[in-house]
Design a protein around this ligand. Structure first.
Ligand code: HEM
Length: 297
């Protein structure tokens, strides 16, 4: 019974390096928050507000990492990655819970006020719906629930993750004031993951390196165009003017448009695919209903 809670051990009870890395990653935001008062003056001014933002940010990051595990394990031919997907998904839920509790604390525990704001402010309503979705996934993440629901129904339900990440992204964009650099980068990366998902849907084989390259080029272009339209609307200028600034790259301050980073990340995946295919290891198979429980969770 107790071995169930030894998260650093795999299904056979052996110490797992992968799980230890995942646990370190999951606790990293807490370590960063604990050291924040020493590292930033801004933190001390409004600590609860800062912590609310941090928890929301990491909830979104872990949702995205959960989403990235299937493409990564297939492209890297590293099937073992699936072992930490459930852990990271539940971690995302825990950060979302912390995000909401910190928000309530920030409002001096006036729960009625928080509830009213969720009803009245669209970006909070969207965040709330995303949270309900995450709760459904967390509650059904146990082996017992997988058994009870059956493989196919469980998988269908867990496809909610795609809707949840979109809601969380809209929530992120809507609360962002003027600087949309980070949300644009994250939207580009999520766009790549959703594009990959659409590409493999209904296909028996895996997408080729060329298809991954095509996806990367399309998503990069969309990231540049989307950012240009957003900035043009915010600053009352034309998207074309903004697009012309795409090549203003300041390497000294690492000031580059998010589209370039999306391109770099996509190209890294293509290189990974080419390298791994040369090593001729069979790819990890796509999850199907008859998979063992550990594989699905
Ligand atoms: C009941 C549900 C939720 C409420 C009431 C809520 C509330 C908030 C509030 C008050 C902010 C700060 C806004 C500001 O200072 O102007 C925020 C930011 C944010 N929230 Fe939520 N949220 C909810 C759900 C979620 C969920 C489910 C996620 C992700 C999975 C999420 C991710 C974020 C992110 C990424 C930010 C921006 C963080 C940053 O500044 O880097 N939120 N949310």
């Amino acid at each position: 019974m107790l071995t169930q809670f030894k998260l650093w051990r795999d299904a056979r009870g052996r110490l797992s390096a992968l799980r230890i890395v995942a646990l370190v990653l999951l606790f990293l935001p807490i370590a960063l928050a604990l050291t924040a008062p020493f590292a930033s003056e801004e933190f001390s001014a409004r600590p609860l507000n800062d912590l609310t933002h941090r928890a929301g940010y990491w909830a979104l990051m872990f949702v995205i990492i959960t989403l990235a595990i299937t493409p990564l394990r297939r492209i890297a031919r590293y099937g073992a990655l699936v072992d930490v997907r459930r852990m990271i998904g539940v971690g995302a839920f825990c950060y979302a819970v912390a995000h909401i509790l910190l928000n309530i604390a920030n409002e001096k525990f006036n729960v009625a006020k928080v509830a009213t704001e969720i009803v009245l402010r669209l970006y909070l309503t969207i965040g709330f719906i995303g949270f309900l979705g995450l709760t459904a996934l967390a509650v059904t993440s146990t082996d017992g629930m997988v058994r009870r629901l059956g493989g196919r129904r469980w998988q269908k339900l867990h496809q909610l993750i795609y809707g949840i990440v979109l809601l969380a992204l809209i929530h992120f964009f809507q609360q962002t004031k003027l600087d949309i650099w980070v949300p644009t980068l994250i939207a580009g990366l999520v766009g790549w993951l959703l594009g990959y998902r659409l590409m493999v849907r209904g296909r028996s084989g895996e997408p080729s390196a060329l298809m991954l390259l095509g996806l990367t080029v399309v998503v990069t272009a969309l990231t540049f165009i989307g950012e240009a339209i957003g900035i043009a609307i915010a600053f009352n200028t034309t998207p074309w003017m903004v697009l012309q600034m795409a090549f203003d790259v300041d390497l000294a301050t690492l000031d580059v448009r998010p589209g370039w980073l999306v391109l770099a990340a996509g190209l890294a995946v293509v290189v990974l695919d080419v390298v791994r295919s040369r090593l001729r290891k069979p790819r990890a198979r796509a999850p199907v209903a008859a998979k063992p429980m550990r594989e699905m969770a």
